[in-house]
Design a protein around this ligand. Structure first.
Ligand code: MTE
Length: 315
């Protein structure tokens, strides 16, 4: 994000989901070895059954699974878009626990499999908009963050929710660098009412299967009206706090990335405009960019969270 202005690289070949899954199954059938090897690396996908959510943006064409899983930002595995798909298999995602602590009546430590088992999983098709000027439409599988928040019973003094990614340098090459791009671990935060909003989910899968490592396995945040960097990956800790928590990109470049990070075409990034976006998979360099919508098109549902706030100041 910080490294350079976004480049319009040609979108990779589109593989429809059925084709991709068939190919996977064929490989599994022909040689159990393929899946066994994947499993050894901790990257075997498992199917997830999920109800279709009425909150889905079903009028949009899905971005191909190939693009969703091979055009990523996950700086713990490198700064190139292709680096997470190439390197994220080194992260061991099982066993995995998420600690929930801070200003709550019932602090807890959850095994991710229990969270998956005990949650009503939904498929949420969301438009996603990156601060770099590109967008995707992704069929996430997850559950409302509000469900988890209600279980731990936040105290009245809890005003914000802070999130933390795992810190494991041996498994995450970007965390070993002598000149790190970001301070580790990656951290993010939401105001409590943003965290409780029904559109905010903890995703555990996409395209009907558990999350690939490069997309934030085993559990990550998805907030569709904010720039993608709010969607912290591979979460190990969720803390309820009184004061606005630090966020990774704001720590790194406070003039460029604010705490709120609501998609706002009227507030330019200091180094480029946010007025338009390029939908990944819609052809090459010369395809017309789309106008970016306020709150990424979710304004009707979320604008009231910010009534009375100057969103140029609180960018
Ligand atoms: N979470 C962690 N831990 N590390 C990261 O580098 N990158 C963010 C966000 N979450 C990031 C992260 C950014 S900049 C974006 S755009 C989204 O993840 C990308 O999510 P995706 O690769 O699943 O599309």
């Amino acid at each position: 994000m910080l490294i350079r202005r976004p480049t319009d690289i040609p979108a990779s070949e589109i593989t429809p989901r059925e084709l991709y899954l068939n190919r996977r199954q064929m490989m599994a059938g022909a040689a159990g070895l393929v899946l066994a090897a994947g499993s050894a690396k901790g990257i075997m996908a498992a199917p997830l059954s999920a109800a279709k959510s009425p909150l889905s943006a079903t009028d949009e064409k899905l971005t191909s699974l190939e693009d969703v899983t091979h055009y990523n930002n996950y700086y713990e595995f490198g700064v190139d878009k292709t680096a997470p798909a190439a390197h994220a298999h080194t992260l061991k995602t099982s066993p995995w626990t998420v600690k929930v602590d801070g200003l709550v009546a019932k602090p807890a430590e959850y095994a991710v499999e229990d969270l998956i088992k005990n949650s009503a999983l939904e498929e949420r098709i969301y438009r996603m908009r990156c601060v770099e000027g590109w967008s995707m439409v992704i069929p996430w599988v997850g559950f409302p963050l509000a469900d988890l928040i209600k279980r731990v019973e936040p105290q009245g003094s809890a005003k914000y929710v802070a999130f933390e990614t795992v810190y494991r340098p041996p498994e995450m090459p970007g965390q070993q660098s002598a000149f790190p791009v970001l301070e580790w671990p990656y951290v993010e935060g939401l105001r409590l009412d943003e965290a409780m909003h029904p559109l905010t989910i903890l995703a555990v899968g996409l395209y009907g299967e558990t999350l690939p490592n490069q997309n934030g396995a085993p559990i990550r945040l998805v907030v569709p009206w904010k720039y993608g960097f709010k969607g912290i990956k591979s979460i190990t800790r969720i803390s309820f706090v009184e004061k606005q928590p630090a966020t990774s990109w704001n720590l790194q470049a406070p003039d460029e990335y604010g705490f709120y990070a609501n998609v706002n075409p009227d507030v330019d990034h200091p180094r480029w405009s946010q007025k338009t976006e390029r939908r990944i998979g819609e052809g090459g360099l010369f395809v017309k960019r789309r106008p970016t919508l306020p709150f990424n098109g979710y304004g009707e549902q979320v604008a009231q969270l910010y009534s009375g706030m100057d969103l140029r100041k609180f960018y």
